[in-house]
Design a protein around this ligand. Sequence first.
Ligand code: P1T
Length: 379
Amino acid sequence: MKFNTKTIHGGQKIDPAFNSVMQPIYQTSTYAQESPGVNKGFEYSRTHNPTRTALQNSFASLENAKYGVAFSSGLAAIDAIIKLLKPGDEVISTNDLYGGTYRLFTKIFEKYGIKFHFTSLHNLTDIDSLLNEKTKVIWAETPTNPMINVFDIEKLAKISKANKLIFVVDNTFASPYLQNPLELGADIVMHSATKYLAGHSDVVMGALMLNNDEIAEKLYFIQNASGAVPGPQDCFLTLRGIKTLHVRMQRHCENASKVAHFLNNHSKVEKVYWPGLESHLNHEVAKKQMSDFGGMLSFRIKDYNKNQTIKFLEKLHLFTLAESLGGVESLCGHPASMTHASIPKEEREKSGVTDSLIRLSVGIEDADDLIDDLKNAFL
Ligand code: P1T
């Protein structure tokens, strides 16, 4: 099955109860048993729910994975992965990553004795210098949030394999439409399905996809034992969103390209971060591992300070000032005071998240209207 068919049919079956074409919302916490332990495979909805099972099958199909695991948010999915570790274990992570992921690592898991090293994953010798017998995981986002850096997944996978590590790729910004990290050697793919997968800014959801039987068994155990599971209504909404992922992504990429080129040619713009631009530091890697360049971009306006940057954002109308990304509507954000506020200033500035950085999630409206909105904000 090709990707554009998988979004609609991947892992899906006609529901046996009434042959409904769409997956029903099984809004139930529990299931009648004929006798203790004798049931139709469902006992309690924290453990299994048919709507969630259908979604997990869709997740797996999108990343060509054997297993899909659904969580109540992207962060809950990340939390489950780190729970595979034990005190003393170490993680090498990119230093350019979603602020909430950084907060979870440093404010929650460091307390339990897990050590996180934040470094630029571009420099493979930096990784070498951090590797030791306690290292268990390499954690990469690509493209990164919010600097839109692109890391070479195959190269990182090689290092990870050579050192018997678990290599995790947060694939939220690309979506499975643009890249499939498992095929490039990653062990676990993670998504904030809140974003492109669900696609309509109406649900919070996390996803893990993987092929390894042993790790999958542990993650399903953690999913049930820790209990951060999504409800059936949210599973339904995500399944419904996924059915149009390919057409939405195509338009996100087209519109982002137009917006990126407009900004790149604007006399007041200092720098645009979008991997489709030849000037992007990792343009060649992006061309190699992504089928297009995505709907997320960041930029800076020449000589703007924090106040001027925020005023610019306030002047936008079609780009709504909001957290999140990946929905059909365009959003804009100020990472330094919004999505990345939980990273200390000194730390975030090392990766370029300064007060003048603006992040755009380019939606699927008419690109001319989006560009007009930006033009007006420059006036
Ligand atoms: O919000 P949640 O579904 O829990 O996902 C967390 C998450 C994980 N990874 C990446 C790359 C993300 O961007 C996010 C969430 N990000 C935002 C809310 C944001 O505006 O960047």
